[in-house]
Write a protein that binds this ligand. Structure first.
Ligand code: G6P
Length: 609
């Protein structure tokens, strides 16, 4: 995790770097820091534990080159000393880093003549650079960085400045890094959102690349080479299509609530131009070799967190619509599996960020086994897109709140289109059945809008039942992943104990925990075997638990304490019910004054295994 930003150009760097840190805070908020190259030489470094707002920005109007960092701690507690940037013994070189340097202890032992001031793995980098710079055979900072990264094991995106010049050198291997091209200025950051208010022209670096950013805005990129050294490469320039204000709060108190409310438009973008209802066809730009789909035996979905629950939802759709056995694995637990045929298996990585280390690890294991791979992601240029055979973008727009909301909906919608595409191509899905699913999909944004318009009802439920001791979320069939996701949202942002499970399992254990202080939230919709689920809800109510149900428009359960209506959209009703559960979590957390967009101990993009 962690967010890094660098700027070099003709304006004062401090406010630009600080703004970049604010934009990147979703990547970690344990500490923040800035290093500026002073006009006339020397470095100014300021760093502080806690959120970016704790940091006092140095007053240095003449410094036009700087780097910054916002931290999610891995090695060493979130103290001032462990905050980045880290410097060498002579305060000549400053480094910010995202990733983990696995051999840092061994490297530290080699550097016993150097004075270390932090517990971090990162601090070996400035000291290694200091040692490299002392060697006359190393002509400049880029050559020094190339020598140093050769020694690093693990993952990194690093940005480096030294006191001598307005220049940033940066390198990546396993952690994201993107260059922004401004007018007489250049940016480098973990994510385009860091500098999107300044430029939309970007170059995505690849693993092994080293970039050299100079004061006039020129950027040179070098790819890892052989013993003869690195080679200059052209990584091209892309234009980011979405606007900077898409990543701002637009009047909402929290990104999370804004993003919940963006779901209708996000879903429209997800679907736009991809479905042909009359023909019952889908065009997702994902292609397969001739004969591959006909012989397909299994779809394995790999993902973490919310994306894993989107995958669980989709697994059922792949089985029903595409007629293929589908399994879902937690990415960190995934292994290709004995007895499978790689050439008859499709592995689908679902990842909002495209950077989750566990998911990348799973895809690498699938590739090593020889399976065909597809990524379903929100992030153009992300690492996963380079590791797979094909990518389907979910087009949800930037999501800043750490708790994923709109991307869950857009992931399920994209995966359902993939299921229809595969089903049609395999001949497993009749045109009429495809039309019916696609009609429901077209109705999804409107159905979500109706739920959002009725927010007051769920706000009232949150205020009446939000002080429960624990919360149980239940559902069946497609309601199970939504129950799991509903519980995850609540625990992430409210810190309340919440558990989700298959409703039928209540009686096999969790019922022992049910009391009048443990509200039960249930998915009682189409696609979720509602009447059987209601039987289990009644069992909990008999033990005194209050019950809140998300109920299909056509049904009515008089015994529920709160009934939250879900418009008729067939297979997608549990997905719409999920919007009620997102709002429930939001209002419970908000009533308790939680830091909703930045829940403790979490980060949006988890680039460590
Ligand atoms: C983190 C985030 C979750 C997210 C998970 C997977 O844990 O806090 O919100 O669901 O990573 O992220 P991905 O980017 O792979 O979907």
């Amino acid at each position: 995790m962690c967010g890094i930003i660098g700027y070099v150009g003709d304006e004062a760097a401090a406010p630009i770097v600080y703004q970049g840190l604010e934009n990147l805070e979703y990547r970690g908020y344990d500490s923040a820091g800035i290093a500026l190259v002073n006009d006339g030489g020397g470095l100014t470094v300021a760093k502080r534990s806690g959120e970016v707002s704790n940091l006092t920005v140095p007053d240095a109007p003449d410094a036009t080159c700087g780097i910054g960092h916002t931290r999610w701690s891995t090695h060493g507690p979130p103290t001032d000393a462990n905050a980045h940037p880290h410097t060498d013994c002579t305060d000549s070189i400053a480094v910010v880093h995202n990733g983990i340097i696995e051999n840092h202890e061994e490297l530290r032992a080699e550097l016993d003549a150097h004075e270390f001031t932090s517990d971090t793995d990162t601090e070996v980098v400035p000291h290694l650079l200091e040692a490299a710079r002392a060697d006359e055979a190393v002509p400049d900072l880029r050559a020094a960085l190339e020598r140093v990264i050769d020694r690093l094991e693990g993952s990194y995106a690093v940005c480096v400045v030294d006191r001598e010049a307005d220049r940033i050198v940066a390198a990546r291997d396993g952690s994201p890094l993107v260059i922004g091209h401004g007018e007489d200025a250049a940016f480098v950051a973990s994510d385009v959102t860091a500098f999107l208010d300044r430029t939309r022209e970007v170059t995505y670096l690849e693993d092994g690349d080293v970039a050299d950013l100079s004061a006039d805005g020129d950027v040179e990129v070098f790819a890892a080479g052989d013993a003869a050294g690195s080679e200059p490469v052209d990584r091209g320039v892309e234009t980011v299509e979405w606007e900077a204000d898409a990543a701002e709060k637009a009047g909402y108190e929290h990104y999370m609530r804004k993003e919940i409310h963006e779901q209708p438009s996000a879903l429209r973008q997800t679907i736009s131009g991809r479905i042909d209802i009359d023909r019952g066809r889908v065009d997702l730009d994902v292609s397969f070799p001739p004969g591959f789909l006909a012989d397909l035996e299994e779809i394995q979905i790999v993902a973490c967190g919310t994306s894993n629950y989107a995958g669980r939802y989709a697994a059922r759709l792949f089985e029903d619509l595409a007629g293929v056995r589908a399994t879902v694995e937690i990415a960190s637990e995934y292994d290709f599996g004995a007895g499978r045929s790689p050439d008859r298996t499709l592995v689908v990585a679902v990842t909002q960020s495209g950077e989750t280390a566990d998911t990348l690890g799973a895809i690498r294991r699938a590739n090593a086994a020889g399976a065909r791979t597809v990524a379903v992601t929100n992030t153009l240029g992300s690492t996963v897109t380079r590791e797979v055979d094909d990518t389907a973008f979910i087009r949800a727009g930037p999501e800043i709140g750490v708790a994923a909301t709109k991307t869950f909906a857009s992931q399920v919608a994209t995966l359902s289109m993939l299921a229809v595409a595969i089903g049609r191509e395999r001949g497993a899905l009749a045109a009429a059945d495809a039309r019916s699913v696609l009609e429901d999909l077209r109705g999804l944004p409107g159905a979500v809008q109706q739920v959002l318009d009725a927010e007051d009802r769920v706000r009232a439920a949150a205020s009446e039942y939000g002080d429960g001791e624990a919360f149980f979320f239940v559902g069946r069939d497609l309601g199970v992943p939504v129950a799991l996701e509903g519980a995850l949202k609540l625990k992430e942002i409210s810190y309340d104990h919440a558990e989700g499970f298959a409703a039928g399992e209540l009686k096999h254990g969790p019922l022992a925990l049910v009391t009048a202080d443990t509200p039960v939230l249930a998915v009682l919709t189409a696609g979720g075997r509602a009447s059987e689920t209601m039987n289990n809800v009644t069992e909990a109510q008999t033990r005194g638990a209050p019950a809140i149900g998300c109920v299909s428009a056509a049904d009515e359960y008089d015994t529920l304490d709160v009934s939250l209506p879900v418009p008729d959209v067939g297979t997608f009703e549990p997905l719409v019910a999920n919007v009620h559960l997102q709002l429930f979590a939001y209002h419970v957390a908000n009533d308790n004054g939680r830091p909703i967009d930045k829940p403790r101990n979490l980060a949006k993009s988890v680039t460590v295994e």
